[in-house]
Design a protein around this ligand. Structure first.
Ligand code: FAD
Length: 503
């Protein structure tokens, strides 16, 4: 190794971000000689306590930590998730599913959806959802792991994620991190000591006068952004013109009837409402624009549409869409809410923590803190935020709703340039692209564009290499296989019981 090694890692904050970072760093580099990992958190301040829906990439994180799925599901009261059901986003009364995974099968070397678009032009009225095993299984309340041993079945590649209790998840990761040697210090950080010349953070000062020294600081202090914002003054790139929602009310309620493996997102007059069914309760929240609805009206909307009795009063949260201009500055790396916020419409925040940790591990510094590596980290982080932002904005922009000021604003907003290009390409000939390492796949872009009523002007000419009746017959066959495969799966409750993990 070239350069003096970082010996003391200090993580500020013990929310989801802090404990994810602690558990992963302990697992991957914790055994390096002389390395210490210390996490400072304040019981008095607490965590945001929301953040319950994930995307399939969380499985990679669990694999890295060698987490046993049954233990994980049981300890976090988790349920499975095969996608998100969007209600009332396109127009009132309309619904569609953004499924994980893929649509249809490979037919003649072009993407499946071109055959589906051709079928539509021939009068076939099937929905794109009908060609996704994840969507059909979710509609039926069924679940299974993928079965790679059945390569011809759509089950071979089904993808899934989890929905869990955020507080239990942080506790679960804490136990693993502490078992891996992470030291937890309870206390409130009141100040940070910086090197006079370089501005590097040298130590934290706690309210009871303790001092915590470090070489590398990971700021997981949530919206407070203690080190990256308050100490180092790194600015915030504000995206509220594209994503105007700036508040949320969150409340759990008793479990309802609908236990399908889905997160539900219902568009409301000034934002949208999430519904996340867990084993022991259902998580709910209304994400809204304070410029378009009062807090009282938002609370009435939320409380008036729960599955069962509310378990406490709604918690109020305030935020701004955007990100820190540099997630890594000097010897401080910001993860989680300290680094930025994109509303949980596609459940991406925990994933952003995960990729931030992965990048930090890839570019793990020496005490020299190479500026080129830091610049690389920051460029990749910003691109990831931009890509997700554009996908979120699509949901708001592609709507027919004109029943409130909020929806009129969203429908008519000027989209970011890359999104405008994506929309134009789909509108012309049904082309869908995934840029470079972009998180969301063609399936995701397609599901939301089609689901929210963007009409493709054409389809790939190669789809016409199949005779019209052959296209329709194959589409019908695929739908039948998907429907039949789904019908053979256990319900999600049966699956979790078989796993010995609850319900
Ligand atoms: P926090 O949970 O706020 O933790 C901050 C930590 O810093 C706490 O331990 C606190 O005690 C500590 N701290 C702060 N100041 C000090 C101090 N002075 N001294 C010592 N300690 C201090 N993400 C998803 O992936 N899926 C979702 O469905 C989802 N839903 C969300 C819904 C809403 C409304 C919001 C706001 C967020 C949602 N998220 C979701 C995001 C997710 O909640 C966060 O990404 C995740 O919880 C990480 O939070 P955090 O650890 O950065 O911050």
């Amino acid at each position: 190794m070239i350069g003096d090694p970082v010996r003391r890692i200090v993580i500020v904050g013990g929310g989801t971000a802090g404990w994810m970072a602690a558990a992963a760093l302990a697992k991957v580099i914790g055994a390096l000689p002389g390395l210490t990992i210390e996490l400072v958190e304040s019981d008095e301040i607490g965590t945001v306590g929301v953040g319950e829906a994930t995307i399939p990439q969380i499985n990679l994180f669990n694999q890295l930590l060698e987490i046993d799925e049954a233990e994980f599901v049981s300890r976090t009261q988790a349920t499975y998730k095969l996608g998100i059901e969007f209600r009332d986003w396109t127009r009132l009364g309309h619904r569609y599913i953004h499924p994980f995974g893929f649509y249809g099968v490979d037919m003649g070397g072009i993407e499946f959806h071109h055959h589906w678009l051709k079928g539509r032009s021939l009068g076939d009225d099937s929905e794109l959802d009908d060609y996704s095993l994840a969507a059909v299984a979710a509609r039926q309340g069924r679940f299974s792991h993928p079965r790679p041993d059945q390569p011809k079945s759509p089950l071979a590649r089904i993808a899934y994620a989890f929905q869990f209790d955020a507080a239990l998840y942080a506790r679960f990761l804490r136990s693993r991190a502490e078992a891996g040697g992470v030291r937890r210090t309870e206390g409130r950080v009141v100040d940070a000591e910086q090197d006079g010349e370089s501005g590097f953070v040298r130590a934290l000062h706690l309210a009871d006068d303790r001092r915590v020294e470090g070489d590398l600081f990971i700021d997981c202090s949530g919206f407070r952004a203690l080190l990256i914002g308050q100490t180092l003054g790194v600015g915030f790139e504000d995206w509220s013109r594209w994503l105007p929602c700036d508040r949320a009310l969150a409340v759990a309620c008793e479990s309802g009837e609908d236990r399908r493996p889905l997160t539900r997102s219902t568009a409301r007059p000034a934002g949208w409402q999430w519904r996340i069914p867990l084993q022991h309760r259902t998580g709910n929240g209304y994400v809204y624009s304070s410029a378009h609805v009062s807090d009282d009206a938002a609370a009435a909307t939320l409380l008036g549409s729960l599955d069962g009795a509310a378990l406490g009063d709604p918690r109020a949260l305030r935020f701004r869409a955007g990100h820190r201009r540099e997630a890594w500055n000097r010897n401080v790396v910001a993860l989680g809410l300290a680094g930025g916020f994109l509303e949980p419409l596609e459940s991406t925040s925990i994933h952003l923590v995960q990729t931030g940790i992965a990048r930090l591990l890839t570019l793990f510094p020496t005490l020299a803190f190479d500026p080129a590596e830091i610049a690389r980290y920051n460029a990749l982080t910003v691109q990831e935020y931009v890509d997700i932002r554009d996908f979120l904005v699509l949901h708001y922009k592609a709507t027919e709703r004109d029943d409130s000021e909020f929806w009129n604003y969203c429908r008519t907003l000027e989209p970011p340039p890359a999104l405008a290009e994506k929309l134009a390409m789909f509108r012309s000939n049904g082309r869908v692209f995934r840029e470079q390492h972009e998180l969301f796949t063609e399936t995701s872009w397609l599901s939301v564009m089609v689901g929210q009523g963007i009409a493709a002007g054409g389809y790939h000419p190669a789809a016409d290499l199949l005779a019209d009746d052959e296209t329709l017959a194959r589409l019908g066959h695929i739908r039948g296989v998907v429907e039949h495969t789904a019908s053979l799966l256990p319900t999600q409750q049966q699956w979790i019981r078989q796993l010995g993990a609850g319900i």
